[in-house]
Design a protein around this ligand. Structure first.
Ligand SMILES: [Mg+2]
Length: 411
């Protein structure tokens, strides 16, 4: 059965939500930075994009191009809230929804198209209206319609802002022959560069490379993938969305500091701070993990190590204990700019309740959970963490790598 998939993508999401909340920012060039003191723009409004200021542009470059640009720190919790509201809009249309990132989703209407939505272009406009009703009148979106997630995403990526665009048998090849690889899902920068060396800049051209040449240049996996790309079929990356994952396999947290850290107490305090967030998330999902990983990044240096334990852990004292053990392996002591902690090999069936020491720690941890769930994550914490104004709070990533945790998504 031929599928009908819609890809919905909010235009300039982070900036648009800020403009929706504050009418004084509407119609003006706006840059979103991750935090005060950061030097790179993580998102820009359509007015800034019109001046050539896109995502990733440095703060000083942005100010040179456009001295009156407004720069505002990102509000990750608000974005997550709007994503959840969007999710509700989509679930009202079809039960089959994949949230792909904070501002993107695929809606499969294959089975309800005939009776409920005979006109998909009207459906696309209806979704755009519903998003405006739910999130505000300033919020515009693109909707791509096609027979695969791959083509639907390409359609919304290439359509003019605020439009609904359907891929049909007539325009399909034209789209594949005019879309640059930067707008093709799953073709990364390195792959695109390699293809460019062959003179290939759009998917359609791949059809004319002999398969044995593709194979010797890209290997068997990418040959198969590139042929799917050439004909607009669902690629491996997107078909992964159908894979059922019952729970998260690992929870990690990394943070890049504003400066280099040399003081060993400061470094270990930051690591404890990250442990608190990880344990909080892991416990909210009723999981426990058996592998602890620590990574430290200097300016040109990187060091990491890990340990695999016999029994899974999900108590803060245990995670801090193992991070301390791993930390003692670090001999180089270079100044650190980025910190990363991860608890993996997570599982649901951990039964250590019989151990008296486990019971004691579980009682303490439960009491901490109770207070922190009610009054905020850092209400009760170990004595040694960074000072209050430097605490690192949980934040949401744009690509929603932790969406099972954030949205309760099963896939
Ligand atoms: Mg978007």
């Amino acid at each position: 059965m031929k599928k009908t998939i819609l890809h919905v993508d909010i235009n300039s999401y982070f900036a648009t939500i800020l403009q929706q909340e504050n009418p004084f920012l509407r119609g003006k060039p706006l840059g979103v930075i991750k935090d005060v003191g950061r030097t790179c723009l993580i998102a820009t409004s359509k007015e800034a994009k019109e001046k050539g200021i896109g995502t990733g542009v440095g703060k000083s470059d942005a100010l040179t191009i456009c001295p009156d640009i407004t720069l505002i720190p990102a509000a990750f919790n608000r974005y997550l809230d709007t994503t959840k509201r969007m999710q509700k809009v989509f679930r009202n249309i079809s039960p089959s929804v994949n949230i792909y990132s904070l501002d993107e989703a695929f809606i499969d209407v294959t089975h309800c198209r005939k009776n409920l939505y005979p006109n998909v272009l009207e459906l696309g406009e209806m979704i755009q209206d519903s998003i405006k009703r739910e999130l505000g009148s300033w919020v515009t979106s693109n909707v791509g319609v096609a027979d695969s997630r791959f083509m639907a995403k390409m359609a919304s990526e290439t359509a003019p802002k605020g439009e609904v665009f359907e891929v049909t048998a007539e325009n399909r090849d034209l789209i594949l022959a005019t879309t640059e690889f930067k707008d093709v899902c799953g073709v990364g920068f390195a792959l695109a560069r390699k293809l460019k060396l062959l003179g290939v800049t759009v998917p359609y051209q791949i059809r004319f490379i002999p398969e044995e040449d593709l194979s010797s240049l890209f290997g068997p996996f990418w040959t198969k993938e590139l042929l799917k790309v050439a004909y607009g079929e669902e690629t491996h990356l997107l078909s992964q969305l159908d894979r059922k994952v019952e729970h998260m396999k690992s929870v990690g947290r990394s943070i890049t500091g504003y400066r280099l850290y040399r003081d060993q107490t400061e470094i270990t305090n930051i690591l404890k701070n990250l442990c608190i967030e990880i344990v909080s998330k892991v416990r909210k999902m009723n999981l426990a993990g058996r592998q602890v990983r620590l990574g430290l990044y200097g300016q040109n240096k990187y060091w990491s190590t890990h340990i695999t334990l016999k029994n899974p852990i999900n108590h803060l004292n245990d995670l801090i204990h193992w991070i301390n053990i791993l930390y003692q392996r670090w001999e180089d002591k270079f100044p650190v700019i980025k910190f990363a902690v991860r608890l993996s090999l997570l599982r649901e069936d951990f039964q250590q309740e019989l151990l008296p020491s486990w019971q004691k720690h579980e009682a303490i941890q439960k009491a901490m959970d109770l207070v922190n769930n009610k009054f905020g994550i850092f209400t009760l914490h170990p004595a040694a963490v960074p000072p209050k104004n430097e605490l690192i709070y949980p934040e949401v990533t744009g690509f929603l790598g932790d969406k099972i945790y954030q949205l309760g998504e099963e896939t």
